[in-house]
Design a protein around this ligand. Sequence first.
Ligand SMILES: NC(=O)c1ccc[n+]([C@@H]2O[C@H](COP(=O)([O-])OP(=O)(O)OC[C@H]3O[C@@H](n4cnc5c(N)ncnc54)[C@H](OP(=O)(O)O)[C@@H]3O)[C@@H](O)[C@H]2O)c1
Length: 270
Amino acid sequence: MELRRGVLVTGAAGQLGTALREEFADSTIAALDRSEWDVALPPPADLPPVDLVLHAAAWTDVDGAEAHPQEAAAVNVGGTQHAAELGAPLVVFSTDYVFDGRKGQPYVESDTPSPLSVYGRTKLQAEGAAGENAWIVRTSWLFGWTSTNFVRTMLRLGAERDEVAVVDDQRGCPTYVGHLAAAVRELLDRPRGLWHLAADGACTWAEFAEAIFEEAELDCRVRRIATAELGRPAPRPACSVLRTDRPDAPRLPHWREGLRACLDRLSRST
Ligand SMILES: NC(=O)c1ccc[n+]([C@@H]2O[C@H](COP(=O)([O-])OP(=O)(O)OC[C@H]3O[C@@H](n4cnc5c(N)ncnc54)[C@H](OP(=O)(O)O)[C@@H]3O)[C@@H](O)[C@H]2O)c1
C-alpha cells in the first residue's frame, strides 16, 4: 500500500471507526468522535494537515431518519461535504440501502440506485457530495465488537430468552468491520470511484441469528417473521446483496468467517 502518514478518522467511536483506527493505527494522527468534530459543522480550525480522511461518521439510525430527515441530511450529506472540503483523498462509506431491493439479484456498481428510505436517500446524496477525490465504499449490515449491532443484540437476547423473533424476508451480506477495514487498506492502491465491498455469501437476518446462536453455543430458537410484523417506520430493501463487477476489487471473506472473527474478538475482550 502507498504510504500515508497522516490519517484522520471521523466517527472514531463508531463500530467501523473503531476498526479503522485499529487497522490504520500506524498512520492515524487524528481519530475524532462526535464531541471532537460534529461533522454537520465545518472542520475544527486546529486540525493538523492530513494525507487521507476515513469518513466513518454518519447518522445511522435508519428509522429515526424518517422523523428527522433534515438532521440526518445535515450529518450524512453536510458531513461528507465538510470531510471533502479538507481537500485530502477521502474514503466515504455508503450503503446497500441506496437500492430498493427489487432487482431480485445481487447489486453491482453499475446498477441504478433507488433508495426506499430517508436514510438511503441521504447516503446516496452523500455519495454525490464526496467529490472526485474519493473512494466511495458501499457496504452492508455491519457488525463489530463495539457499539450496538445485530450480533451483540442477539448475543444478549440469546442468553436471556428461549426464543427470539427475527425477520426472514430481507436478504443481505453481514459484513465484519475488521474485514472491511482491511479491505479499505487494500482499496487505497486502486483508483478512486465507486466500489462495493461487502462480505462474501448472503443470508436473511433470521439465518444470521441462527448462525450467531450456533457459533456462540446459545440455546435459543429463532422464530421467523415478516418485516411487516415489526411495523418499522423506514422501509428496507428485501434483497440488497452487494457484489462487485470490478475485477480488481478487494475481496472480503464469507460473512460466517466474519462472525467467527467477531465472536473471537468479543471473547478476548470480556
Ligand atoms: N451499520 C451498518 O449496518 C451500515 C451498513 C452500510 C453502511 N454503513 C455506513 O458505514 C459507516 C459507519 O457506520 P457504523 O456501522 O460504524 O455506524 P455507528 O457505529 O453508528 O457509527 C457512526 C458514528 O458516527 C457518529 N456520529 C453521528 N452523528 C455524528 C456527527 N454529527 N458528527 C460526528 N460523528 C457523528 C456516531 O456517534 P454517536 O454514537 O455519538 O451518535 C457514531 O460514533 C456509516 O457511513 C454508515 O452509514 C453502515
